[in-house]
Design a protein around this ligand. Structure first.
Ligand SMILES: C[S@@+](CC[C@H](N)C(=O)[O-])C[C@H]1O[C@@H](n2cnc3c(N)ncnc32)[C@H](O)[C@@H]1O
Length: 468
C-alpha cells in the first residue's frame, strides 16, 4: 500500500512565538499551527508532522516571506543541534516572546491576575554564559544531507551534542556559542589529538570504544573543571589521555575522570577519580562562595544568577525575626543568600549530594543560621518538621519543572506563611499551582527572568501575599 504523503499547509502566517519558542499560526480549518524556528511575520508552507483535534505541529517546508524580525543565526550548527531555538531572532524579540509566554500561561492556564509586573530581566550575557557543558564522543557522528549525498567517505568520529530525537546520533560541534572559552578550545583539541593518536571513540549502538563523554565546567572566578568519561578501564589509554590534558591545559584547576561501563550516561552512581588539581571548583555569587563538585547542581548562568537571587532576596521582604523555609534548595544557594536577613532559614532538598554541598557551603561562608534537611519536600514539609523548627513566616520555593507536589501546596495553604516567593522554570506548572492558592494569596508581583538566552527556557518569580 502506498504511504500517504504528509500534509502540506500552504501560506501560514506566523503571528507570535509561543511556548517552547514555537511560532504560532492558524490553519484554514481553524486549528492552531505550531512551527519551530519561525518568527512573527513569516509566511511559510508547513509540512505537517503531527495532527491533533485542536492543532497541527509541523516544520517549515518553504519560507515564502521572511519576517523583518529575523536575524542571521550566529551558530553554524543552529537548527540541527537543538540546543538553541531562538537564535534566528534578535535578543529583544527573544525577551518579548519569553515574557509573553509567561503572561499567557498565568492568564490562560491559571486564570490569574496580579498587581504588578516587572519587565523581563535580561541576561548580562547573551552568549558564552553556560558554566556547564556535556559533550558526547561518537564513532558514528551525524552526517549532514550534503555529506550523505556526496561521493566522499568521511571520518565518522566526532564530539558534540545528541541530535534531538536520536539517542545514538551525535552532531560534531566545532563551536558552541553558549559556552565561554576555553570550553571550545579544549573540546576541539581533545577530539583532534584523540583522532591523531588512535584513541577509540565510543559507539553507542555497538557499545565499544573508550572515550565516552566530556564535561566542562567553568566559573566566573576563572576555575575550570574537566571530567572525562571513559567506557572501559583501559589503564594505559586512560592515563595517556589524562596526561595529555594535564600537560596541554595547565589552566584546568580540577581534572577528573570516571569509568562508565553502564548502558546509560549518568555518572551519579559512579565514583569520579581526581587526576590532578582540586576535586572541586569555587564559584562566587554576590559575596558568597560555593563549592561545586563533579556531581553538584549549580545554576547554569553564573552571570545572571546573582541578579535573580538579588531580586528573590528583595521580594522575600524578610524581617530580622523571620523563620524562612526554602523548598527544593539544591546546593543551598538561595537559602544562604537569604540567611543574612532572617532569624533562621531551613532548606529542604531531595538529593543527598546537594545537601552535603549546601552544608559545606554554609561552613565555607561562615553562616550559622541555616539547616538543611534531606528528603522529599512532600514528606518533610509537614507537621513533624514544623513542630521541630516552627511555622514559616516566609517561604521560598524553586521546584523542578513538574512544579509543586499537591501535598506541598496543601501544606502551604494550611500554614499560610505571610509571603511566598515562587521561583519557577515552567510557567505552565507555576500557573497550575498559583491557581490552587488564589483564594488565599494575592499575587503582588511577577518578574520573568531570562537565564538562558537563545533557548526557549524562561524563569518566573511570583510574589504572593497572604490575603487579609
Ligand atoms: C530548580 S532546582 C533549584 C535549586 C536551587 N534553588 C538553586 O537555585 O540552585 C530544583 C531542586 O529541587 C530538587 N528536588 C526535586 N524534587 C524534589 C522533591 N520532591 N523534594 C525536594 N527537592 C526536590 C532538585 O534536586 C533540585 O536541586
Amino acid at each position: 500500500m502506498a504511504r500517504r504523503k504528509p500534509k502540506l499547509l500552504p501560506g501560514i502566517r506566523i503571528e507570535q512565538i509561543g511556548a517552547k519558542a514555537k511560532g504560532v499560526g492558524r490553519a484554514p480549518d481553524g486549528r492552531v499551527v505550531f512551527v519551530p524556528y519561525t518568527a512573527p511575520g513569516d509566511l511559510v508552507d508547513v509540512q505537517v508532522r503531527k495532527k491533533r483535534k485542536a492543532y497541527y505541529e509541523g516544520t517549515v517546508a518553504v519560507l515564502k516571506e521572511a519576517s523583518p524580525l529575523r536575524v542571521p543565526p550566529v551558530c553554524e550548527h543552529y537548527g540541527i543541534c537543538g540546543g538553541c531555538q531562538l537564535q534566528h531572532v534578535s535578543y529583544e524579540t527573544q525577551l518579548q516572546a519569553k515574557e509573553q509566554t509567561v503572561l499567557d500561561a498565568l492568564r490562560r492556564l491559571g486564570g490569574l491576575s496580579w498587581k504588578k509586573q516587572m519587565p523581563i530581566l535580561a541576561s548580562p550575557r547573551v552568549h558564552a554564559y553556560r558554566n556547564k557543558m556535556e559533550y558526547a564522543f561518537t564513532a558514528s557522528r551525524w552526517l549532514t544531507a550534503e555529506e550523505i549525498n556526496s561521493d566522499t567517505s568521511f571520518d565518522r568520529r566526532g564530539l558534540g551534542f545528541h541530535v534531538p530525537g536520536h539517542w545514538d546520533k551525535i552532531l560534531d560541534i566545532h563551536h558552541c556559542h553558549l559556552q565561554p572559552e576555553p570550553g571550545n578550545r579544549i573540546r576541539n583539541r581533545l577530539r583532534d589529538w584523540s583522532k591523531e593518536n588512535g584513541i577509540p571513540f565510543y559507539h553507542p549502538r555497538e557499545r565499544t570504544g573508550l572515550l565516552r563523554q566530556l564535561t566542562v565546567r567553568t566559573t566566573r572566578t576563572g576555575e575550570i573543571m574537566l571530567i572525562v568519561h571513559f567506557f572501559q578501564d583501559d589503564r594505559p589509554a586512560v592515563e595517556k589521555v589524562m596526561r595529555f590534558l594535564e600537560n596541554e591545559f595547565p589552566e584546568i584547576t580540577s581534572l577528573q575522570y570516571v569509568i562508565n561501563p553502564k548502558p546509560n550516561d549518568t555518572i551519579y552512581d559512579l565514583p569520579v577519580q581526581l587526576w590532578s588539581g582540586r576535586d572541586h571548583i569555587i564559584e562566587r555569587v554576590g559575596d558568597l562562595r560555593f563549592r561545586i563538585k563533579p556531581k553538584s547542581f549549580f545554576q547554569t548562568n553564573s552571570w545572571q544568577v546573582e541578579n535573580m537571587y538579588d531580586r528573590i532576596r528583595a521580594y522575600a521582604g524578610i524581617r530580622k525575626d523571620d523563620l524562612v523555609y526554602d523548598l527544593y534548595s539544591g546546593t543551598g544557594s538561595i537559602t544562604l543568600y537569604l540567611a543574612r536577613d532572617a532569624r533562621r532559614v531551613i532548606g529542604i532538598e531531595t538529593l543527598p549530594q546537594a545537601v552535603d554541598d549546601a552544608r559545606y557551603n554554609a561552613r565555607l561562608n561562615e553562616i550559622e543560621n541555616t539547616d538543611f534537611v534531606q528528603g522529599d519536600a512532600k514528606d518533610l514539609f509537614t507537621g513533624e518538621l514544623i513542630h521541630a523548627y516552627g511555622r514559616p513566616d516566609v517561604l521560598v520555593v524553586d521546584p523542578p519543572r513538574e512544579g509543586l507536589h499537591k501535598d506541598v501546596t496543601a501544606q502551604i495553604l494550611r500554614l499560610l506563611p505571610r509571603r511566598v516567593v515562587y521561583v519557577s522554570c515552567n510557567p505552565a506548572t507555576q500557573a497550575r499551582d498559583l491557581a490552587l492558592m488564589k483564594n488565599f494569596y494575592d499575587i503582588s508581583l511577577i518578574h520573568p527572568v531570562d537565564m538562558f538566552p537563545q533557548t526557549h527556557h524562561v524563569e518566573n518569580i511570583a510574589v504572593l501575599d497572604r490575603k487579609a
